[in-house]
Design a protein around this ligand. Sequence first.
Ligand code: MTE
Length: 309
Amino acid sequence: MSYRFRTDLKWSDATPKEAFFNRRQIMTGAAAMAAGTMIGGIPGATQAQAFGVPIEREANSLDDITSYNNYYEFGTGKGDPKENAGDLVTDPWVIQVGGMVDNPGNYSVADLTDGLDVHDRLYRFRCVEAWSMVVPWNGVQLGDILNKVGVQSGAKYVSFTTAVKPDVMPGVRFPVLDWPYREGLRLDEAMHPLTLLATGIYDEPLYNQNGAPIRLVVPWKYGFKSIKAIVTINLTDEEPDTSWNLANAREYGFYSNVNPQVDHPRWSQATERPIGGGLFAKRIETLMFNGYADEVASMYEGMDLSVDI
Ligand code: MTE
């Protein structure tokens, strides 16, 4: 599908050059290939044209992105995933693809992504807790993977689960959520070209705390939809259960589109706190669909977004 985003910025255009190079030595796809390195954790992958979004904000540093995390399998504190996720073995990794697909089976990350374009995407990331970051992801479009495994007619939703490994995931020993962590998307949302399965950040393989080896990224939805360390992908004709909806349906709906006009029952969603600007950083306005309304609003025409939260 040929798809244009509002502007196609490279990371280097959106980030002051000096800060950009201080943060990471970013290699171009060609240079990385020549040097025989991996792009976003995918060995030998071809790098597609770098896409971005119009963002007046700088990309967060790798340190911000890998130190302030939500990943309850490793604890509920923001620093717990970095501290505790190191023992999760992410290679080899098996992803079980099933349900209404032509080619069900167990796939490695390489099997699933082989031959697909790897995209650079600079996306806003807005947590339901009202903090936000800007993250330079590397990943493949979920739609490309779904086309590869063959979605059968009649399928309407995609569901995902995260690994549950009590030996290395201290958080799953407690019933904070009904494990495994589960998420789901409507099929059109899953096929949308903005929806990624990310395998890297800043051209490095994903750190464990960010959901290695492969995690979802849906930039117009609250961050909890972006499920980490995926081990199952299932195509269904019924809306799947999702972890936060099971935990508290009044507070967390299936759609969970970023919407500054619909407050969380316990706090306002009108503004957000950018991470990285210090404790007293100025809050900024939250944008409808997190700034991606031009690309995604048409999928929700006719729905009352204050009811279908
Ligand atoms: N996926 C799993 N498996 N477990 C989690 O606890 N937390 C979600 C989401 N994906 C979570 C998860 C939430 S609430 C957010 S905000 C994002 O991951 C955080 O992603 P980050 O740590 O890479 O910023």
